[in-house]
Design a protein around this ligand. Structure first.
Ligand code: GDD
Ligand code: MN
Length: 354
């Protein structure tokens, strides 16, 4: 199969027939299937089943009784069920023109692209179909904020909020995504290295029915942005804190067996650096390992940097405490925050650099 068109639907019954007719026409000559991922409470599933019998193009229906992850979860479920080499995701209300599918597919096939974004913000694109000035302003603001938060992780896309995009299925990883809310493209782009291309998207008005976007989706987007931005560093901080506690326990424990405190401190340092490294490999940077340098180099860089950082930190502690009236614990606390930030920067910019 060359192409799977994945369409999430929530109560889109009056749009299904025209959608399928136009898609079938648009992709004529391509070995394609349509896959509806439906969470409806109306008769959309019955309409899909009926419409399927009236067309040559295979139309599959995946109806979910529990709508895990909403629109985003539906798209992921659809991508997992898709059989096409390429999958194109689009809305089911005809705000996305089926006639744009061939240009998404052609762009993907003609290039090395893993993802092709149909963008409202390139030449030839428009978002005129977004009802109301307020919605348009909110949409533009959220794109600006998102691009500012992730200057490199979005791979230069002009429309991370688009719901119309193609993916080369075997090069896009779905494990490790946290689907929630409406913005699944953002989630896919921000969590992995990808080669992207864009084609223009003219965003039309809805054919029938009403939009499902509401305050809940706004809150979901806020949580998604927070998680994408701080998920890694908070996990890294938790592991760091665990390491600090382990360090003290080892230092104390070894002394109970008669080991001198300096030797015990060295052993504690090495053991916790190893432990932290293994934990961060498994839980914090697991998605970046494949694209980064080899495991022994990652280990060596980590060991050298963290060891040097703690040596310099101890020296700085001594200099500051000797030359000011500041309390050693306060100074150490400040230095740990600085050292921790440097470690995180080094890990994400150097050790796990893609
Ligand atoms: N399966 C499933 N489950 N589908 C859903 C759900 C859900 O919980 N919620 C919405 N959908 C479907 C709708 O039926 C429609 O086909 C598509 O997802 C988009 O939903 P709309 O309600 O039409 O959203 P919108 O027009 O306000 O927002 C769209 O515009 C954005 C660009 O501004 C969404 O397409 C976004 O994907 C798009 O990024
Ligand atoms: Mn819509």
């Amino acid at each position: 199969m060359e192409l799977s068109v994945v369409i999430p639907t929530f109560n889109e019954a009056p749009n299904v027939a025209e959608l399928v007719t136009r898609i079938e026409k648009a992709v004529a000559g391509t070995d394609a299937e349509i896959l509806f991922v439906d969470d409806s409470t109306d008769d959309t599933p019955d309409v899909v089943t009926q419409v399927a019998t009236e067309h040559e193009i295979p139309v599959r229906l995946l109806h979910r009784d529990v709508a895990v992850g909403g629109l985003s979860g539906a798209v992921i479920a659809g991508l997992r069920q898709a059989t096409g080499e390429w999958a194109v995701v689009m809305d089911g209300d005809l705000q996305h023109r089926p006639e744009t599918i061939p240009s998404v597919l052609a762009q993907g096939r003609a290039t090395e692209a893993d993802v092709v974004v149909a963008s409202r913000h390139v030449d030839g694109g428009s978002s005129d179909g977004l009802s109301g000035g307020i919605r348009r302003a909110v949409s533009q603001l959220s794109i600006k904020v998102t691009k500012a938060l992730f200057p490199s992780r979005l791979h230069g896309t002009t429309d991370p909020m688009s719901g119309f995009f193609g993916v080369r299925r075997d090069s896009v990883k779905l494990d490790g995504l946290h689907p929630r809310g409406f913005k699944i493209l953002l989630e896919i782009l921000a969590r992995q290295p990808l080669e992207i291309r864009e084609v223009p998207l003219v965003f039309d008005a809805r054919l029938a029915g009403t939009s499902k976007a509401d305050m809940k989706q706004g809150i979901a987007l806020g949580r998604q942005l927070f998680d994408l931005k701080f998920g890694r560093i908070s996990g890294f901080a938790a592991i760091g804190a665990l390491g600090a506690v382990a360090n003290l326990v080892i230092l104390w424990g070894l002394q109970q067996f008669g080991v001198g405190y300096l030797a015990a401190a060295c052993i504690a340092a090495v053991v916790t650096i190893i432990g932290n490294f293994l934990l961060q490999e498994r839980f914090i940077f697991n998605d970046l390992k494949a694209g980064a340098r080899g495991v022994w180099k990652r280990w060596w860089h980590t060991f050298a940097f963290n060891g040097t950082e703690s040596a310099i930190r101890t020296f700085a502690l001594w200099v500051i405490v000797e030359n000011t009236n500041l309390h050693s614990v306060l100074v150490q606390a400040g230095l740990i925050v600085i050292g921790f930030s440097l470690r995180f920067l080094y890990q994400s910019r150097v050790v796990y650099k893609q």
